[in-house]
Design a protein around this ligand. Sequence first.
Ligand SMILES: Cc1cc2nc3c(=O)[nH]c(=O)nc-3n(C[C@H](O)[C@H](O)[C@H](O)COP(=O)(O)O)c2cc1C
Length: 183
Amino acid sequence: MSKKILILNGSPRAKGNTKALIEAFEKGAAGHHVERFDLQAMNIHGCLGCCGGGKDPASPCVQKDDMEKIYPAYREADVVVLASPMYYWNITGQLKCAFDRLFAVAELDPNYANPKKDCVLLMAAEGEDEDNFAPVRALYEGLTSHMGWRDLGAVYAGGNFEAGAIHGHPEQLRQAESLGKSI
Ligand SMILES: Cc1cc2nc3c(=O)[nH]c(=O)nc-3n(C[C@H](O)[C@H](O)[C@H](O)COP(=O)(O)O)c2cc1C
């Protein structure tokens, strides 16, 4: 069955390693409806913490910026793909900003319930040992568990610093493609 896949791309590099992982994933996921947002090119502000959202399902946040484009896709999505380079053992600020703004959607529910989604993580990083990825594994596991989302898989693509370095690791791109195929 065809699924709706929302990709939130937190990489600021248009031709970077994260983008290559995304393209491989998209290749594998051919046949599904995929919508990708390149957050770096969008006007998305950080959450104000005002807790004043959740009044209008079509436009749940008090801030009217490019999140307005993401909310409808988020509402419809079966699968949310979080794609990001590792920045200081975390996701990038671009992705964190957008993710925090999803709280306005939870505010639509009297119990702040998040919509149930399946989830994927695609991450490029310079470091490649297990220790390097431990903080992000914990972040991703904690996030999916607390959101009540089902983890469909993650690609932790280490050993990539320069943009395009990932093409020297075809097995990482194959892993992203297989994950896309498995949806
Ligand atoms: C500000 C900054 C912080 C970074 N922090 C980390 C880090 O904590 N661990 C790591 O392994 N790589 C780190 N890197 C390297 C990037 O994760 C790596 O270059 C990645 O391939 C970039 O993906 P992109 O091509 O999609 O931008 C950092 C890079 C930058 C620019």
